[in-house]
Design a binder for this molecule. Structure first.
Ligand SMILES: Nc1ncnc2c1ncn2[C@@H]1O[C@H](COP(=O)(O)OP(=O)(O)OP(=O)(O)O)[C@@H](O)[C@H]1O
Ligand SMILES: [Mg+2]
Length: 490
């Protein structure tokens, strides 16, 4: 039970949170895998773009070197310096293209190839300026024709180097593309796996909620329905320690106290109607009973021949009187004249009186020694209760039987037990002992224990009975100890 003020242990809330948390974690993992893969795909694609850019720069550089040679060839054909101004512009463009190629080259082998291309381009320009142009100026056509072939050869080597560079870049570009493609398909597989797992998990969570929550709510609803339809014995059995189990336990307590209250209400209503009947009966019957008793007494005094029959009439009339007066006592609200009394002392007095009256039928009654057990009570009424219980014990036990009375104080409670070694309480009356008119004795009224309970209740105490055929019967009276009364008694 959750006590007031204690933090509520929301077990169900925690479980639901954990279940949905697991689904969320799965989605989180799927998302982070997706993001990482997307990042890697982006890297691979930008590598492809860089490699394509480098390929383009290689092509541009090679084309520019070829362009440079075309302008050299122009000068060779013209065989004069007329075109050299324009050639200079082309050389500058070639230098820019080669510088660009060097700047975009990433790997050592790319850089080496770019450096070789740059060296050949510079060699081509240098040979043209320092050897070919002076030969033209000198008018040496034969030397110029040979030198022209050398220049073209350099250009061919540049083209070869560029093809080598291009093949290398292309291979890496294909590898990067394939990597991006494989990452894309991995990402699709992961997404499918994560979603499938999330669906399985969500279905599992749903089924689990069905099992643990819906079923428990259903059990609570069924219990509430039974109580609602008037079955106060309905109890809800829920295993575990969650809120539903706590609710079920609170519900069971509520049903139990409702049932107790209903029983108490029925009992008080029963007593009230008994009281009304008893008052009417007492009023109507007491006078005729007194007359009957008066006449029987008179007839016996005069020495009637029917003395035995008269005795029976007198006994039965007295039983009627007793029933009426006990009924009145049971129905009337108990008015207590309380004082500090010692339970053991009251028990001793009760035994003495019963012994004097011959009510104990020579059974041996033992009152155990002990310190005074002081309670604040109506001594007369408590004596009546003890007397009834002891007489019941005496009536139940065989002549050799023993009755033991023990009075004790335990904490704030005073206890008086009357134990006998008789045959125990007959099963047919075990559950209705404290109800009026429940008796197994031919001459019993069945009001003794009902009155005893009414008196003990009025004292704020409890009376209970334990009984078994082997161990006899033990009746316990529990009364609250009044510390003030205890002090007053000292
Ligand atoms: N110590 C006991 N041993 C066995 N049965 C007992 C004992 N005390 C009570 N009972 C049973 O409980 C019944 C009810 O007891 P209760 O005192 O209320 O009425 P009663 O003794 O039958 O009648 P009354 O007390 O009015 O004479 C008894 O009839 C008897 O069957
Ligand atoms: Mg009795």
């Amino acid at each position: 039970m959750t006590t007031e003020g204690a933090p509520l242990r929301s077990t169900t809330g925690r479980r639901i949170l954990a279940a949905f948390g697991a689904v969320l974690v799965l989605f989180g993992i799927a998302l982070s895998v997706q993001l990482t893969t997307l990042h890697k795909i982006g890297e691979a694609e930008s590598e492809v773009a860089r490699l394509d850019h480098a390929k383009h720069a290689g092509h541009m550089a090679a084309a520019q070197v070829r362009e440079q040679y075309i302008h050299q060839a122009h000068t060779l054909i013209e065989f004069g310096p007329g075109h050299l101004g324009h050639y200079q512009i082309v050389v500058e463009e070639t230098n820019r293209a080669i510088q660009h190629l060097e700047s975009v080259s990433e790997t050592a082998s790319d850089k080496q190839l770019a450096t070789q291309i740059a060296a050949l381009a510079h060699q081509n320009d240098r040979d043209f300026r320092t050897i070919v142009v002076p030969a033209i100026t000198r008018g040496d056509r034969e030397a110029v024709a040979k030198l022209g072939d050398g220049l073209e050869e350099i250009v061919d080597r540049v083209v070869d180097l560029n093809e080598q560079l291009n093949a290398d870049l292309e291979a890496r570009s294909i590898a990067a593309r394939e990597r991006a493609e494989s990452l894309r398909s991995q990402s699709v597989t992961w997404t499918i796996v994560c979603f499938a797992l999330a669906i399985v998990l969500a279905t599992g969570v749903g089924l689990w909620l069905m099992r643990t929550i819906v079923r428990r709510v259903e059990a609570l609803r069924a219990g509430a329905r039974r109580v609602g339809s008037g079955d106060l014995s309905a109890r809800i059995v829920l295993e575990g320690h969650d809120e539903f189990a706590e609710l079920a336990s609170s519900f069971n307590q509520m049903a139990a106290s409702l049932s107790d209250e209903q029983a108490a209400l029925v009992k008080s209503q029963k007593l009230a109607s008994i009281g009304q009947v008893a008052a009417g009966v007492a009023h109507e019957i007491n006078n005729p009973l007194s007359v009957i008793l008066g006449y029987t007494k008179l007839l016996r005094k005069e020495g009637s021949a029917h003395a035995e029959e008269l005795q029976i009439i007198e006994d039965e009339a007295r039983l009627c009187q007793r029933i009426v007066s006990e009924l009145l006592e049971l129905a009337r609200p108990q008015r207590l004249e309380t004082s500090a009394v010692d339970l053991a002392e009251i028990a001793r007095e009760a035994i003495e009186r019963l012994t004097d009256a011959g009510a104990l039928r020579d059974r041996s009654v033992q009152l155990l020694d002990g310190p005074a057990v002081v309670v604040s009570a109506d001594a007369g009424k408590l004596r009546q209760v003890i007397a009834n219980v002891v007489v019941n014990a005496a009536e139940a036990t065989p002549p050799s039987g023993t009755i033991t009375i023990d009075a004790k104080t335990r904490g704030d409670e005073a206890t008086l037990t009357v134990a006998d070694d008789g045959p125990g309480i007959p099963p047919e009356v075990q559950n209705t002992l404290f109800e009026p008119f429940v008796t197994t004795k031919p001459k019993g009224t069945g009001l003794g224990l009902a009155i005893a309970q009414a008196i003990v209740d009025a004292h704020g105490g409890r009376i209970s009975v334990e009984s078994s055929p082997d161990a006899g019967t033990r009746v316990s009276l529990r009364l609250p100890v009044s510390h003030r009364a205890e002090a007053a008694a000292r």
